[in-house]
Design a protein around this ligand. Structure first.
Ligand code: TMP
Ligand code: MG
Length: 311
């Protein structure tokens, strides 16, 4: 009937637009000016699709150092898992000096947006290999790791408790994919009381001899730019992740963007990057992913709260 009355189109359209605005479920976090997105509507669509599918379809894949841990706290840098080992209980002064020199040489390369991942790859292998050789020479003691973590200033990102608790309550698997040191990483989350059964860790694990002294690192080396290979070989084998086509991916390095490559038949991937240290490649315009959100270094962890399918 109203189709025959042209003057009524405009007001009806206006009322419909207002109604749409009023009923739209805005996500307040996305409205913050510190949050950058390539295409907000796509991000919202992805979040809504993931919420509709519910917790049973979700898996979370996260980097560790400077993603689950803070970048800085009280004005100083928070140590990475490698840097937590910089403790006289574990390594001597000479080793500290050499590890710092390597960090000063290679970390700027790791975060250099002007270099390609292909250029960085052999340099990262060199960095990690040299550091691991130094640590092996020190014959680090397994029984001293917990004390070193306790004495360190490692801090998990704000909101971590809610994040870990909620994922475990909803039985959502959390895969932590780290190029750090797995034994140290485990100890950090254990001391923060969030090492729950839904947490799976893929990282560089230490191999200790019978006396409890470090003699090697187990398995294939993981550095910041070969997470894709690790994702393909390890993640695909984890039964718990199967049948969960929606992925929340958290990272701080461009190499972290490949951590979901092992997820077969994914439906939605929401990538959240923490813009810690001039890692300009993580700015959404520069990534190939449309659903990328970038938040500043001090942002809290997201609160993943998928609604049940009926909601
Ligand atoms: P992530 O994959 O958990 O972020 O861990 C990798 C980070 O570890 C990477 O950003 C560089 C850092 N790192 C150190 O801080 N010191 C080191 O000696 C090495 C090899 C890496
Ligand atoms: Mg990191």
């Amino acid at each position: 009937m109203i189709y025959h009355i042209p003057w009524i189109y405009a007001p009806v359209r206006t009322v419909l637009a207002i109604w749409h605005q009023l009923t739209k479920s805005e996500i307040p976090e996305l409205a913050k000016c510190s949050v950058l997105m390539k295409e907000r509507s796509r991000v919202e669509e992805t979040i809504c699709a993931m919420q509709r599918a519910g917790a049973g379809s979700l898996q979370v894949i996260s980097d560790f150092d400077m993603t689950l841990t803070r970048f800085a706290h009280n004005g100083t840098r928070v140590p990475t898992t490698h840097n937590i080992l910089d403790n006289r209980l574990l390594i001597d002064e000479d080793c500290t000096k050499k590890m710092r020199e390597l960090l000063n040489t290679y970390y700027p390369i790791e975060i250099d947006a002007g270099r390609t991942a292909e250029e960085k790859l052999p340099l990262m292998v060199k960095w990690w290999t040299e550091v691991h050789e130094l640590l092996i020479q020190q014959r680090i003691r397994k029984d001293m790791l917990a004390k070193a973590v306790k004495e360190s200033s490692a801090v998990l990102r704000d909101g971590y408790k809610l994040f870990f608790d909620h994922l475990t309550e909803q039985q959502v698997p959390l895969m932590i994919f780290s190029a750090g040191v797995g034994d140290v990483l485990e100890e950090v989350i254990r001391q923060n009381h969030v090492f729950y059964p839904n947490v799976h860790i893929i990282s560089n694990y230490m191999d200790f001899d019978q006396t409890g002294a470090l003699r090697a690192f187990k398995g294939q080396l993981i550095h910041s730019f070969n997470k894709r290979e690790g994702a393909l070989s390890h993640a695909a084998g984890l039964r718990e992740l199967q049948g969960r086509p929606n992925v929340l991916l958290l990272g701080d390095s461009l190499g972290d963007l490949t951590m979901a490559d092992g997820v077969s038949e994914h439906q939605n991937i929401l990538t959240i990057g923490f813009l810690n240290d001039k890692v300009l490649g993580f700015i959404p315009e520069r990534t190939k992913l449309i659903s990328t959100i970038t938040t500043p270094r001090a942002s809290p962890l997201p609160f993943p709260c998928p609604r049940p399918p009926s909601a």
